[in-house]
Ligand binder design. Sequence first.
Ligand code: ADP
Ligand code: ADP
Length: 231
Amino acid sequence: MIKIENLNKTYKTGSVEVHALKDVSLDIKKNEFVSIMGPSGSGKSTFMNIVGCLDRPTTGKYMLDGIDIEKLSEKELAAIRNKKIGFVFQSFNLLSRTSAIKNVELPMLYAGIHAKDRRKRALEALEKVGLGDRIHHKPNELSGGQKQRVAIARALVNNPAIILADEPTGNLDTKSGEEIMSIFQSLNEEGVTIVLVTHEPDIAKHSKRIITFRDGRLINDELVENRVVVN
Ligand code: ADP
Ligand code: ADP
């Protein structure tokens, strides 16, 4: 699904160069559930931005589902991103004056899907995350955990192969965080590949594999023993 070889990312700000990723190689196969860990500034966001086709490597190769990203135009890259990837963020990124169901419909609006189908699919996605009874609520009428569930429903509606989540439990209490991880676990069981960034070992334990970055290098890659499965 994700194949990265000798990837480097350098940011240039004036004459200052920051080597955010250094010679990173890894494979993430279909149906994996990976946590990315590492201290602040270690390259996690840079890695997620490249995997999510929001940014490109400086050097090295990135193949997404057999497609060589380097060969794509910006427009093709955006199309691949919309088709294959669902994003979930720490701060939810919902439209605050818009109901849950309208927030979830939004990506389908951009994909040109008919209004009736949008509504149907948004409702199904909200039911899947346990919010079938909150569809007309606006974000400020929902708890943090519920907002994140709306965001996950929104990430799901175009049936992405991969969900990329940057600190999805970072703004949540322990119980809501576990509920979110439980939703990710069920999606993963249904075949969705999940890659998430977290600072919390207790969150990472719910995934199947933990990759650790430090100073832009991949320093550890291990399977999770005694994985915690929430019901
Ligand atoms: P997190 O550690 O929560 O992933 P961010 O990804 O927002 O935090 O930022 C990580 C580091 O990258 C910070 O030190 C931040 O200052 C730096 N950073 C992020 N975006 C930029 C940017 N556009 N220009 C310069 N530095 C940035
Ligand atoms: P993390 O997510 O692990 O906190 P980042 O990938 O955000 O790390 O940052 C890695 C390094 O790259 C940091 O030194 C950060 O300051 C730098 N950086 C990140 N984004 C930018 C950017 N857009 N421009 C310049 N430097 C950046």
